[in-house]
Design a protein around this ligand. Structure first.
Ligand code: UDX
Ligand code: UDX
Ligand code: ADP
Length: 479
C-alpha cells in the first residue's frame, strides 16, 4: 500500500504541528487533522491558530487547503485514510483505580472504537499520544475484536519527541524518529510504510525501528531522563545557595564531560509541561503494577524534588517579604511553563501564584502569550483552590510587564521569556514600592545591574551578596 491519505485524531499540541509538517514535507499526501471540538477546528481554519508555536503559522499557511485540512468530520477522515494517527489527550486519572498516577486512556479508547465502527478498508493505526506501555495492546484488542470482514489493522507506536516552543524545528530536523511495530511480516510492512512517509525529509539512518513495547517505553524513558536531569541540577541549586557555589558554573563544568553533555542543565523553579510529570507518573504506576517498588520509588523522587523546588522558591519569596505577603501587590512575570509557548499545563507559575494567593497576596500577572482566560482557568480550577471568588478578586491580568509591576512590592519571574531580559529596570524600580524585590526564578536577569539600581535580588542556585551601597536596606543573601 502506498500511503495517499493520512488522518489524525486530535488537533492539539502534538497532532496539529506534527501533521502540518508532514503535509509540508509530503505534498502528495492528503493530511486531514480531525478533532471533536468544533471550536478547535474553527481556530485551526482561522488566522489565529489555537496554539502559539514559532513557525507554525507559516507552515499552516503554505499547506492549508492544498494538502492539509482541519475538520470535524471524523467519519470521513477515518474512512478515506490509509494511515490514522491517534493523537488525543491522555490526562492523568483524577479518580478511581490509579488516581493521580495512571493515564486516563478513555480518549484513546474512544478513538479506537470510532475507528473500529467506521473503517471499511485496511488501516495502519499509529499511536502518537504519550501513553503507558502496553496501550497499543488496548488499541489492538479493540480494533481486532470489532474487525469487519475485509478490514485489516496494523498498530504502530510512533512517539513524538517535539518540545513546545521549538516544535517545528524539532519536527523538521528530528534527531530521531522512533517506530515500533509487531514482529510479523504484516507488522514489518506497516513499519516500512510509515518509514516511507518520514523518509520524505528524515535521513533513513535517523529512523529507528523497534518492537512496540520498546517504542512505548522509550518515550516514557526519554522524558523521565530529561526530567531527572532537571531535578538533579535543581537539587544542586539548593546546595549552591547554602554554600556559595554558583549552579550555572557547576552546570557548565559538569556539562563539559561529553558523557554528561551541556543541555538540559538549567536550574529553575521546577519543570512543568504536559509530559514530564505525567510520563513519570505513568512509569511509576507501571513499576508498581509490575511489583518493582524500588524502581517506582527512584522515579518518584524526581517528582518529589520538583515539588520541593517550587515550594522552596515560593517560601523564599514569602520569607524575604518579612514573612507576610497579605495585601501586598506582587507582579508575576510569565505564566507559561517555558518561553515561546502559551501552554500552561503543569506550569510552576500555578503553584507559585496559588501559594501567594493563599497567603493573601494580590497578584498582577503578565505573560506575553497566555490568554487571560487561561490564567484564570488554571487559578480557579477546583484542584487549585476552593475559593475561586477570592482568586478572581485578587488577580489582575495585565497586558504589559510595565503595568503589572506598577505599585508592586515584588516581582516574581516565573518564565524565561526573552523580553523580560530587556525590560527597563530603572524605570520599573521607580514605579515599585520600596524596598523593591525581584525573585528571578529562571536566572535570566543581570543581577548585579539590578542590585546597583537598588533592587533586593534573589535567584536560584546562587547566593547574591549584598551590594555595599545597599547595606542599609538589609541582607540580600538567601536565608
Ligand atoms: C518535553 C520533551 O523535551 C520533549 O522531547 C517531549 O516530546 C515532550 O516533553 P516540553 O515539555 O514541551 O517537551 O518542553 P521542555 O523543553 O522539555 O521543558 C519542560 C520543562 O522543563 C519546562 O518547564 C522547562 O522550563 C523545564 N526545563 C527545561 C528546566 O527547568 N531546565 C532545563 O534545563 C530544561
Ligand atoms: C569514574 C569517572 O568516570 C571519572 O570521570 C572520575 O574521575 C572517577 O570515577 P571510574 O570509576 O574509574 O571513573 O570508571 P567508570 O568508567 O566511570 O566506571 C565506574 C563504574 O560504573 C564501573 O563499575 C562501570 O562498570 C560502571 N558503568 C559505567 C556502568 O555500569 N554502566 C555504564 O554505562 C558506565
Ligand atoms: P496533546 O498535547 O497530547 O496534543 P491536547 O489536549 O493539546 O493534547 O489535544 C488533544 C486533542 O484531542 C483535543 O483537542 C481533543 O478535543 C481531541 N480529542 C480527544 N478525543 C478525540 C477523539 N476521539 N476524536 C477526535 N479528537 C479527539
Amino acid at each position: 500500500m502506498v500511503i495517499e491519505k493520512i488522518c489524525c485524531l486530535g488537533a492539539g499540541y502534538v497532532g496539529g504541528p506534527t501533521c502540518s509538517v508532514i503535509a509540508l514535507k509530503c505534498p502528495n499526501i492528503k493530511v486531514t487533522v480531525c478533532d471533536k471540538s468544533v471550536e478547535r477546528i474553527n481556530q485551526w481554519n482561522s488566522d489565529k491558530l489555537p496554539i502559539y508555536e514559532p513557525g507554525l503559522d507559516d507552515v499552516v499557511r503554505q499547506c492549508r487547503g492544498k494538502n492539509l485540512f482541519f475538520s470535524t468530520d471524523i467519519a470521513q477522515g477515518i474512512q478515506e485514510a490509509d494511515l490514522i494517527f491517534i493523537s488525543v489527550n491522555t490526562p492523568t486519572k483524577t479518580f478511581g483505580n490509579g488516581k493521580g498516577r495512571a493515564a486516563d486512556l478513555k480518549y484513546v479508547e474512544s478513538a479506537a472504537r470510532m475507528i473500529a465502527d467506521l473503517a471499511t478498508s485496511n488501516k495502519i493505526v499509529v499511536e502518537k499520544s504519550t501513553v503507558p506501555v502496553k496501550a497499543a495492546e488496548i488499541i489492538m484488542k479493540i480494533l481486532r475484536a470489532n474487525t469487519k470482514p475485509g478490514v485489516n489493522y496494523q498498530i504502530l507506536s510512533n512517539p513524538e519527541f517535539l518540545a513546545e516552543g521549538t516544535a517545528i524545528v524539532d519536527l523538521i530536523e528530528a534527531e530521531r524518529v522512533l517506530i515500533g511495530g509487531e514482529d510479523t511480516p504484516d507488522g514489518q510492512k506497516a513499519i516500512q510504510e510509515l518509514c516511507w512517509v518520514y523518509e520524505h525529509w528524515i535521513p533513513a539512518k535517523n529512523i529507528l525501528t523497534t518492537n512496540t513495547w520498546s517504542s512505548e517505553l522509550s518515550k516514557l524513558a526519554a522524558n523521565a531522563f530529561l526530567a531527572q536531569r532537571i531535578s538533579s541540577i535543581n537539587s544542586l541549586s539548593a546546595v549552591c545557595e547554602a554554600t556559595g557555589a554558583d549552579v550555572s558554573e557547576v552546570a557548565r563544568a559538569v556539562g563539559r564531560d561529553s558523557r554528561i553533555g551541556p543541555k538540559f542543565l538549567e536550574a529553575s523553579i521546577g519543570f512543568g509541561g504536559s509530559c514530564f510529570q505525567k510520563d513519570i507518573l505513568n512509569l511509576i504506576y507501571l513499576c508498581e503494577c509490575l511489583n518493582l517498588p524500588e524502581v517506582a520509588a527512584y522515579w518518584q523522587q524526581v517528582l518529589n524534588l520538583n515539588d520541593y523546588q517550587k515550594i522552596r522558591f515560593t517560601r523564599k519569596v514569602i520569607e524575604s517579604l518579612f514573612n507576610t505577603v497579605t495585601d501586598k501587590n506582587i507582579a508575576v512575570l510569565g505564566f507559561s511553563f517555558k518561553k515561546n509557548t502559551g501552554d500552561t499545563r503543569e506550569s510552576p507559575a500555578i503553584y507559585v501564584s496559588q501559594t501567594l494567593l493563599d497567603e493573601g497576596a494580590k497578584l498582577n500577572i503578565y505573560d506575553p502569550k497566555v490568554e487571560p482566560d487561561q490564567i484564570m482557568y488554571e487559578l480557579t480550577n477546583p484542584y487549585v483552590t476552593s475559593e475561586p471568588e477570592i482568586v478572581k478578586k485578587n488577580v489582575e491580568i495585565h497586558d504589559t510587564a510595565y503595568s503589572a509591576v506598577t505599585g508592586a512590592h515584588a516581582i516574581v519571574l516565573c518564565t524565561e521569556w526573552d523580553e523580560f531580559k530587556t525590560l527597563d529596570f530603572q524605570k520599573i524600580y521607580e514605579v515599585m514600592m520600596k524596598p523593591a524585590y525581584i525573585f528571578d526564578g529562571r536566572k535570566i536577569l543581570n543581577h548585579e545591574r539590578l542590585q546597583n539600581i537598588g533592587f533586593h535580588v534573589q535567584t536560584i542556585g546562587k547566593r547574591l551578596n549584598r551590594m555595599p551601597s545597599n547595606r542599609a536596606q538589609g541582607s540580600q543573601t538567601m536565608p
